[in-house]
Design a protein around this ligand. Sequence first.
Ligand code: ZN
Length: 411
Amino acid sequence: MFKKSSLGLLAMAVSFVAMAATASASCLGVSRTINVSSFNAAMGANASAGIGLRHKEVVLTFDDGPMPGKTVSILNALSAECTKATFFMVGNMARAYPSLVQRVARAGHTVAHHTQAHSHLPGTSMARARAEIQNGVAMVNKALGPMRSRSSRLFRYPYLARNAALDRVLREHSLLPFSAYIDSTDWKPISSDAVVNRVMSLLNARGRGVILLHDIQSRTVSALPKLLDRLQAGGYKVVHVRTGRMGSPAMASLPPSKKARKKAISRKNVDRRITASIKPKSTRTRTVVTSSRSSKSEKRTSLIGRLFGNNSKDEVTKTNTRKKVSKRRASKAKAKPNKSMSWREKRRAESLARSKAKRKAAKAKVKRSAKKGETKKRRFSLFRNSIKRKPGESTASYHFRIKRARELANR
Ligand SMILES: [Zn+2]
C-alpha cells in the first residue's frame, strides 16, 4: 500500500514535469542555472567561456536600474517568456526605488551590484572607488530589506572599466566581477530594431555570450520582446546565473545618511542646552578631579557635576563652552521676548525679532511689486533705490549689499 501511494506520487510528479515541459515549449524559459563561485570564472579572458556557457547559450543582464515604468515593463516581458535575467543595480537607484528592487527579487531574477553612483572607478581615488563599491552594495541590500539574502555576489564595473587594484577590493568583499561580451549598445540613440539586430549578429558570430542591456532605456523596453522572440527562433537558450550568499561584514551597515547625521547633531545640541540650563549660576566654581578615571566614571562624574554645579572641566574650557552655547542659542533662538527671560536674553530676542521683521518687510515688498506685474529689473531698481550708500561705507560692502538685493529681487 505504501508502495502504491509512492507510485501515485511519482506518476503525479511525472505528469507535473510533462506539464512544465509543455509550458516551456511555448516560451523561451530557462535552460539551466549556473552557480558562479570563482572570481576568475566570472570575469576571465572570456566571461562566457569562464562561466561555462555552451554553444547557443546566453545570459540576459540589465544594468543601471531599477527605474519606474521601464524595469516593470522589462520584468513583464521576461515573465511572458518565463525566463530569468540578472539586474546590476545602481545603489542610488535602489535607494530611490526599493519596491522595484524587491519586485525584481520576488520575480526570481538575480539582484547584482553596479556601484553607488555609476562612477568610472579607475578614474577616481582608491578611497572613493572603495566607497562607491561598498555603498552601492549596502544600498541595494538595504532596499531588499527582508529579502536581503537574495542579494548576489555579482558585480559589474561601470563602463566595464577595471584594474588590478579594484579587483583586489572586490576580492576583499567577496564580490565577483561579471563582464558582458555581447554589448547591445542600447544606450546609443538607435532604434529598438537596431538593438535587436546588433545582439543577434554578435551572437551569431560568437555562438554564445552574456548580453548587456539597460533597464533604464525605453528602446530596450520595446526591443526586449522582439529580442526574446529572435533568440527562441534562433535556437538560443537562456541560462540563469546565481551566486552564493554574500557574507561580507563590511557591507552590513550603510554610512549614516545626511538626515540621520543632522538629527544626531541637533540632539547633541539639545543635550548641551539642557545641561547648560540645569547648571545653576551661583555655583560656577571648579573642582579638580584626578585624571585617572575610566571614561564611564568620567561621564558619570561630569553629569553629576553638571547637575550640582561641580563641573570637573577647566575654567578655560568651561568659558569656551559657555561662549559656544550662547552663540548657538543666539543663532537658534526663535522665542519671542518674555518676562521669564534674563535681560540679556530679552535683548537678544528683541534684536532677532527686529531683524526678522525687517526681512519679512523686504520680502513682502518684493511680493507686492511682483503682484503689480513689474519685471524683475524694475523690482531690482526699486531695491537699489532703497539702498543708499552709508557714509564711509566701502565700495565692496556697498556692492555686496546690492548683489544681495539683486538675489532677493530675483527670488
Ligand atoms: Zn552601467
